[in-house]
Design a protein around this ligand. Structure first.
Ligand code: SF4
Length: 378
């Protein structure tokens, strides 16, 4: 569910969101109507991700309404994972308690950094203290499945600065950590600053060192990497680490439905996405139409490429049996030569069931995926 509102736009962000909250009631009404329109299928859902934007700008009754409406129109497993993305600048303890009462059982907190100057550069609305208080309140209100988002690769950031962010994150005993590399998206205020030369973009080597540091530090401090940017804390009781059940779906190429302005859906072999602006989205719903802006039908070849790219993002790698079932192709036979070369360079590991990048290979994900996807398989 895409909640398209933010308190203020961050200069690096190119997600669709509005800072005018006046349309929240009509948005919530439209979202409920959209659920009614697309629901009622036999499909069973086991995750609900309320993202954005900044969904925590919504009052708890707004989030409760989204969750209740989802239960009304969709077939939902009893152990549903319900994640709410939270911005520490929008949170206080009672609000978190009410989100929990509404059914939210996983929080993804956008901390981004534990350094004031980094938060200032990123244009975040919250302080370090507010981020720390938000995590503490989440614990006090009973959340036992918390993920933190951090960003690295800021201009001027060095290894010491990034390592101290990672250390502070570990001190919170978070169950899950995502470390995202800052990207310069065209059309954002950040990209204009970089183009004008007022901001010096970090060199590849520096960012590469921070990327390697993330994997090395977290995997030696009790975390399991399961995707290029995602890590889950190992448990002491032998239970499975708290992976994001929801995000794993994107990487394993299973269908999902996205609702709300600019939300994307994937129902094999179609990908489609909703109108980006709240106005257009609401207008379509009010007229009784699904608010779909565009659809594309993936060709078999495109599906193969996506399955390879997404599989290589994960540490488990491409599921070779699933790949053969889905496409009738033996991955090892088709790519034998390339696999041998990449294995020699210690960029790839092959087992009987999976083909995965090594930590070294992860740094070259795009290039390696292009090697596979560039091959003619017809
Ligand atoms: S709070 Fe999140 S969605 Fe909103 S502008 Fe900042 S990065 Fe983008």
């Amino acid at each position: 569910m895409h909640v398209p509102y933010c308190v203020r736009k961050c200069p690096y962000c190119d997600f669709y969101s509005s800072v005018d909250l006046a349309s929240v009631p009509v948005f919530l009404e439209s979202l409920a109507r959209e659920m009614e329109m697309v629901g009622g299928t036999d499909q069973v859902f086991d995750t609900l991700y309320v993202g954005g934007g900044t969904p925590s700008v919504l009052e708890p009754d707004g989030i409760a309404r989204i969750i209740e409406t989802a239960h009304k129109h969709f077939t939902i497993r009893t152990d549903l994972e319900i994640t709410l993305e939270v911005n520490p600048g929008t949170i206080f303890r009672e609000k978190l308690a009410e989100y929990r009462q509404a059914g939210v059982n996983r929080l993804n907190i956008g901390v981004q950094s534990f350094h004031h100057e980094n938060l200032k550069f990123l244009g975040r609305i919250h302080s370090v203290e507010e981020a720390v208080a938000c995590i503490a309140s989440a614990r006090q209100t009973g959340f036992d499945n918390i993920g933190l988002d951090l960003i690295y690769g800021l201009p001027g950031q060095d290894k010491k600065n990034w390592l101290s962010d990672l250390r502070r994150a570990l001190e919170t005993e978070t169950e899950h950590l995502s470390g995202y590399m800052l990207t310069c998206e065209s059309g954002t205020p950040l990209s204009r600053e970089v183009k004008s030369g007022r901001i010096q973009w970090p060199e590849g080597g520096v960012v590469r060192e921070l990327f390697d540091t993330t994997i090395e530090f977290l995997t030696t401090h009790g975390f399991l990497q399961y995707e290029i940017s995602n890590f889950a804390r190992k448990t002491d009781d032998g239970l499975e680490p708290r992976y994001s059940r929801h995000n794993q779906k994107y990487w394993s190429f299973v269908p999902y439905i996205g609702l709300g302005p600019s939300a994307h859906s994937f129902i094999t072999p179609q990908r489609y996405w909703n109108h980006r602006s709240i106005e257009n989205y609401v207008r379509h719903i009010k007229a009784g139409h699904l608010p779909i802006a565009e659809k594309e039908e993936l060709t078999r070849e495109q599906m193969i490429m996506e399955a390879i790219f997404l599989g290589l993002r994960t540490t488990r790698g491409i599921d070779l049996i699933g790949f053969e079932k889905m496409f009738g192709l033996n991955f090892i036979k088709i790519y034998k030569g390339k696999i041998v070369d990449l294995e020699k360079d210690r960029l790839l590991n092959l087992t009987n069931t999976h083909c995965a990048l090594t930590p070294k290979g992860m740094a070259y994900l795009d290039g390696i995926a292009a090697i596979f996807t560039g091959q003619d398989i017809s």
